[in-house]
Design a protein around this ligand. Structure first.
Ligand SMILES: *Cc1c(COP(=O)(O)O)cnc(C)c1O
Length: 811
């Protein structure tokens, strides 16, 4: 048990203010949004490149937190009842506390690192070892400098085994993680190419990863990397491997014939893809090391299931929003999921469907008391509790409507489609409750083609661009045309969460939709017209003014409403010749803006016509020069500062001196880098469909309308559930376009139909009805599809029709 006093001694902190220093501390926080049990929490004010945790002390204090670790005085006079522990480096203090906590336990600790597969190996080891052990593990992919500290902090006397992941992005980070994890068994999943993280060479990266294992009894993983480390148990096909893989036979699953310390063994792995087989062999090696028999290992392997770590956001029946987290139920991941729910700001009442928790609960009264607190503080209006334990022990305050069921069958037995209406529902259950059956009931099942949006990739891309900007440069994220096809409110919520300064939409309706979804960031509307003025004003949207006609009309409207000083943006025409004031209009515009009481100019901007094109760089420079000349008289006329901006995605990279006060980031956010290939962007959208039927056709048969797809030799043709009405262009017919099926590219045969397209899968092994087909996404870039169509990625992305369901996911 820790108190404020004992923690101060452990982290070497000085008291800036001491109040009730014998207070017991059970929870560590670094984000005021996650406060559940304020009284027993210690808040660490951490710094990130864009945010300073000291700013959230007030919020945490209001939520009952009374102990803080800070690196400076945050104005303690306002927080009389709290203790403040001062240290030079708050993150280092958090880590020192975790490292101290780790030393209190002598159970086996498995530390897992590697470039890919860490989370999967961790989750599989959890599934394989759970029958004998009470396991503490990193929640989801909590493997960062903060995540590891919080993971280690979860260790208690009841646990018999720990599984922790360690991820690093820069040289030097591993030593800090190693001090907290101190693995007794090290697992190295693999080492990918060096440049995907901040390393110069693969050797440097390998060396850094190896640091985690200093002091471990054994290091387990694949050749060649593992074999280079001391005390290793390596697997691979080479002679020197401790577990030598002699043969892999694949059919519906994989049979691995191996030799382990001279003894031949067989493992049956219920997967066939390379990554899963490798991860499974790593897990087998760990179990062999722990002394498990091959029979036990095989019977456990048979029960392994793929790990889907991502929180999925889906549209449900009756206007509901579903958050599918039917993969796990533990206290920390519940907090994370509730957090995700709050972040969505759907404006709908919130409901949860929760099962018994997976973790062994020794004091149910106390444990479920904490669960009740987090549910209450997350504003849950309704709870469906499934399972004997949670039904008995979870007592919720009167404001929350509760239904209790002994098991999933009992719930499904009385389920009817009208049960939920316009609610945001978190579905979260331990594996054995098989809540995926509940999700299937709650989902709208329509067309099987979906556009999957990876919200982590979106945040990653934003970080990539921000790294190129000065810290003071603001970001306007362009979310026009349903965020380039990726969906409005969900994307905007994430961008708001990551503190973009502005959002940009094309039309007022788009802005109104965002406001209705609870988006509060300032929104610029590029193309407002007279009919949209009432909506603009009602929803606090900021129009672009690009002509005197629009200027006078909007002022007349504001005058009628009695509104003064409405925020607007002024667009200047510098060469795009689309919208904007011309050079000759500038003097009178400046005079007008100087004296108008109705408007307040927030920004002056222009748009580049060819920022991605090196052949047009002279023109881009001319545009920039013209921009400066035009804005100077206006700036001089105004008595207040205004933002200036001209750069879009390509200009941020190609014309860095044009970042000015703000940039307008569009296509790059969605993972497409036009022309330059300097960033490591991740594709945000994946357009997927499924195969409805597979046919054997003979030479001379023809496919699709007008018989234009002629079969030359015996072929296997698959019909895919996507057509031009979904945005799959007719220009992709006759072999021009290809789709990605089971790891192969399959060309389109014949004409693309309205709702279906036929592809030739003769060369693709094991194709069957129901198989997934990727139209674009990781593996088949949208740029490639655009090239086939003779267009640009912008058109392909925005052309995915609204009948295609959007699903969102996030780790
Ligand atoms: C769409 C748009 C952008 C974003 O352009 P990208 O090339 O997608 O980065 C920026 N400014 C204006 C005015 C736009 O219309």
């Amino acid at each position: 048990m820790y108190t404020v006093d004992s923690i101060a001694a452990i982290i070497g902190a000085a008291f800036l203010q001491a109040a009730d220093t014998t207070r017991t501390i059970a929870h560590l926080l670094h984000d005021s949004r996650g406060v559940a049990v304020g009284e027993a929490s210690l808040f660490f004010a951490l710094h990130s490149p864009r945010s300073d945790g000291h700013r959230f002390i007030g919020d945490a204090y209001r939520k009952g937190v009374r102990a803080f670790v800070v690196d400076r005085d945050p104005g303690i006079a306002d927080f009389q009842e709290a203790s403040f522990l001062q240290v030079p480096d708050t993150l280092a203090a958090l880590q020192a506390l975790a490292a101290h906590h780790r030393t209190q336990f002598s159970i086996p600790v498995i530390g897992i690192t590697g470039s890919n597969g860490k989370t999967i190996v961790k989750e599989w080891l959890y599934q394989l070892l759970e029958p004998e052990h009470r396991i503490v593990r990193s929640p989801r992919s909590y493997n960062s400098q903060i995540g590891v500290a919080l993971s280690v902090w979860q260790m208690t006397a009841g646990h018999s085994l720990a599984l922790f992941e360690a991820g690093i992005s820069q040289p030097g980070e591993m030593a800090r993680l190693a001090a907290m994890i101190r693995p007794t068994i090290g697992v190295l999943t693999n080492i990918g190419s060096a440049h995907d993280e901040g390393f110069v060479t693969t050797e440097e990266k390998q060396h850094e990863k190896g640091r985690l294992f200093e002091g471990a009894d054994v290091i387990i993983g694949p050749e060649p990397w593992t074999g280079l480390l001391p005390n290793h148990l390596s697997w691979g096909s080479g002679r020197d491997a401790t577990l030598r893989v002699d043969a892999l036979e694949q059919d519906r699953d994989t049979e691995a014939q191996v030799t382990y310390r001279g003894v031949p063994l067989r493992f049956r792995i219920p997967f066939t893809d390379e990554a899963s087989v490798a991860n499974a062999l790593t897990c087998c090696s760990v179990l062999l090391h722990l002394g498990y028999s091959v029979d036990t290992i095989n019977s456990r392997l048979a029960t392994l299931h793929p790990v889907d770590m991502r929180l999925q956001l889906k549209r449900g029946l009756n206007g509901c929003t579903l958050i599918n987290d039917s993969y796990s139920a533990d206290y920390t991941s519940l907090q994370l999921a509730l957090h995700f729910m709050e972040q969505q700001r759907t404006g709908q009442p919130r409901a949860v469907i929760l099962s018994d928790f997976a973790e062994s609960v020794r004091e149910p009264g106390q444990f479920y008391g904490q669960v009740a607190q987090v549910l209450r503080s997350s504003g849950i209006a309704r709870a469906v509790l499934i399972g004997p334990e949670i039904s008995r022990h979870l007592q919720l305050p009167a404001g929350i409507a509760v239904q209790r069921y002994p098991d999933t069958e009992a719930f499904l037995g009385q389920y009817h489609p009208g049960l939920f209406h316009e609610e945001t529902i978190l579905v979260k259950g331990a594996r054995r409750f098989r809540f995926e059956r509940i999700v299937a009931q709650l989902e709208t099942r329509v067309h099987q083609t979906v556009l999957a949006i990876d919200l982590n990739a979106l945040a990653h891309n934003l970080r990539q661009y921000r790294a190129l900007l000065r810290p003071s440069t603001k970001v306007m994220a362009m979310v026009k045309a349903f965020s380039y096809g990726s969906g409005s409110a969900e994307v905007a919520s994430i961008l708001q969460f990551h503190h973009v300064d502005y959002l940009g939409v094309a039309y007022a309706d788009e802005g109104v939709e965002l406001r209705r979804a609870g988006i509060t960031v300032p929104i610029m509307v590029m193309n407002a017209d007279v009919s949209s003025f009432p909506a603009l004003v009602e929803h606090h949207l900021q129009p672009v003014i690009y002509s005197f006609a629009l200027l006078h009309a909007f002022e007349a409207f504001l005058r009628g409403e009695g509104l003064q000083g409405w925020p607007v943006h002024i667009e200047l025409e510098t060469g795009m010749n689309r919208l904007g004031f011309a050079t000759v209009e500038i003097p009178s515009l400046a005079r007008h803006l100087q004296q108008t009481p109705w408007l307040r100019v927030r920004s002056l901007f222009s748009h580049l016509a060819a920022s991605e094109d090196a052949a047009q760089d002279d023109f881009t420079r001319e545009q920039a020069d013209r921009f400066w000349e035009m804005l100077r008289p206006i700036e001089a006329a105004l008595s207040y500062p205004v933002l200036k901006h001209i750069a879009n995605s390509a200009a941020i990279i190609r014309h860095p001196h044009l970042q000015l006060d703000m940039v307008r980031l569009g296509i790059g956010l969605y993972g497409v880098e036009i022309e330059t290939k300097q960033l490591e962007l991740q594709p945000v959208a994946t357009l997927r469909s499924t195969i409805a039927q597979v046919k054997h056709l003979a030479a001379g048969d023809t496919v699709s309308y007008n018989r234009r797809g002629v079969i030359r030799e015996e072929s296997l043709i698959a019909t895919v559930r996507i057509g031009y009405a979904d945005g799959y262009s007719r220009r992709l017919g006759y072999g021009v376009g290809k789709m990605w099926v089971n790891g192969h590219l399959a060309p389109v045969v014949g004409t693309v139909c309205m709702d279906m397209t036929m592809i030739d899968v003769t060369q693709v092994p094991n194709v069957k009805e129901g198989d997934e087909v990727v139209v674009f996404g990781p593996g088949l870039p949208v740029q490639q599809l655009a090239d086939w169509m003779g267009t640009i990625p912008y058109e392909v992305m925005t052309g995915v029709s609204q009948r295609v369901k959007r699903v969102y996911f996030q780790e």
